[in-house]
Design a binder for this molecule. Sequence first.
Ligand code: URA
Length: 192
Amino acid sequence: MSKEELLARAKETCEGCQGCPLGKTRTNLVYGVGNAEARLMFVGEAPGEREDATGIPFVGAAGQLLDRYLMAVGIPREDVYIANILKCRPPHNRDPLPEEEDVCIAHLRTQVKIIAPRMIVCLGRISAMRLIKPDFRITREHGIWFRRGNFDMCAVYHPSALLRDASKKEDMLEDMKVIAERYRAYLTEENN
Ligand code: URA
């Protein structure tokens, strides 16, 4: 079975998930979007209002800003895979609860296992604390690379944080440039 088929099947299983109360309040499951063969994966926090309404991650204001950074550094959005720690929207966009993350992380693990990317970039503190280390400090540690299992990982500011504080945008662009350089280096390596 292809990675795409495996992901489609895993998504179907996820559709039926009632592992936490968010399964009852969501409009749509926001499983993930992108290339099943991606070498680079982005992981955000949880769906917002637009994502809940459409079932697609990062399509609201934060997502549009993310798209601009991807474009600025020459990474086509359709080449990467984008998912969240939580697949269902928390009410009023509150932070995910640890117990929601504990349940939902199994779905992300399945996605990562199927896609098997080389690089995972955490979008924001919540994702970095869950995937890189619990005491991750986004202000001090954004753009720093960590090796976790088979993956090179780093975190960047969450695009929503950039919408609130434009002074972070310069750091974001620098981090994204390094991500793009590494990404292209992997692609070159794999094609040789
Ligand atoms: N914020 C996130 O963390 N994920 C989304 O999909 C949208 C906004």
